[in-house]
Design a protein around this ligand. Structure first.
Ligand code: PAJ
Length: 281
């Protein structure tokens, strides 16, 4: 695995990897890798001739009161895991390489960036689309792999790619969960034992909505209120949002008559967690 910390090195390595029309796949990450990330790497390996992974804890997508400084960093361990997966290129630049002069040029997907997590985390998606656009320019992948776990992020990136004609195929990969159903996340490392068990309420609320939907309830308001009741059993978990939206526009739906994204975010102690599922009528 070639480890690149500068843009020039990464460009040269990716140019080589794409030689002879080989298909290069990119998996963007912020490191502290878990099986969720590795599932994206495996999907990329299966669909591409060469795979690049980026590890960059992107400061522009963190709010001033968020966890940038304490975000888990485990570079050596991440390298070993990626090496084992047969990754060809690891791009892991320092912050100064990516933002040498600060930043006055942003990529902003209007409207979508203010929905779901964008509403609770102002400026978050602007930071995400800007770094992902930069990575696409540096790596020039044919395909890029993202997790359905961050469903709003996926919608925002798909829209950016469409609006700005990036020649990149966006591939969505299913959510990888712990055996008890908790969606894997680098932030799960913040949870103490009690919080870890309380965190299951997100998954329980989604299952409640799914079950009532399968029992015939099609009204989003009723499904949402049933799901929110589940949160009453965990008063220490503070719900941020529980929404039923169109997976592409992220606009709320009233009745579940087509593919609907059911998304939840909540604070467990000081840790913000998200989860979702898709209902298919
Ligand atoms: P990060 O949180 O490290 O996630 C990197 C990728 O892994 C994202 O596409 C995310 O959706 C996916 N992922 C995380 N947990 C997952 C799980 N349990 N199952 C499946 N996929 C999972 O998302 C980011 O980083 C950043 O915003 C980034 C896109 C890298 C831009 O900085």
């Amino acid at each position: 695995m070639k480890i690149c910390s500068t843009i020039a090195e990464a460009r040269a390595a990716c140019l080589d990897a794409r030689a002879g029309r080989r298909r290069l796949g990119l998996v963007p990450t912020m490191g502290a890798l878990h099986e969720g990330h590795l599932s994206l790497v495996r999907a990329a390996e299966a669909q591409c001739d060469a795979v690049a992974v980026s590890i960059f804890v992107n400061p522009t997508q963190f709010g001033p009161a968020e966890d940038l400084s304490k975000y888990p960093r485990q570079f050596e361990r991440d390298c070993r895991l990626l090496e084992k997966e047969g990754v060809d290129i690891l791009f892991a630049p320092p912050v100064e390489e990516i933002y040498p002069d600060g930043l006055v040029t942003w990529v902003l997907v209007e409207s979508l960036s203010e929905k779901l997590d964008g509403r609770s985390r102002p400026g978050h998606f602007r930071g995400v689309t800007t770094i992902v656009a930069k990575l696409f320019h540096i790596i020039e992948p044919e395909a890029a792999f993202f997790g359905q776990k961050d469903a709003a992020q996926l919608a925002v990136i798909r829209r950016m790619v469409r609006d700005l004609n990036f020649p990149v195929e966006i591939v969505a990969c299913p959510i990888v969960r712990e055996p008890d159903g908790l969606a894997m996340s680098s932030r799960n490392a913040y949870l103490n034992r009690e919080e870890r068990s309380r965190a299951l309420v997100l998954q329980r609320s989604l299952q409640k909505a799914r079950q009532q939907f399968h029992d015939g309830e099609k009204s989003a308001a009723k499904l949402i209120s049933a799901a929110k009741e589940v949160f009453a059993s965990e008063p220490q978990v503070v719900l941020d949002y529980f929404e039923m939206v169109d997976p592409d526009t992220l606009d709320p739906v009233e009745r579940i008559s087509r593919r609907t994204l059911v998304a939840v975010a909540a604070h467990v102690g000081s840790t913000r967690l998200i989860d979702n599922l898709v209902l298919n009528p």
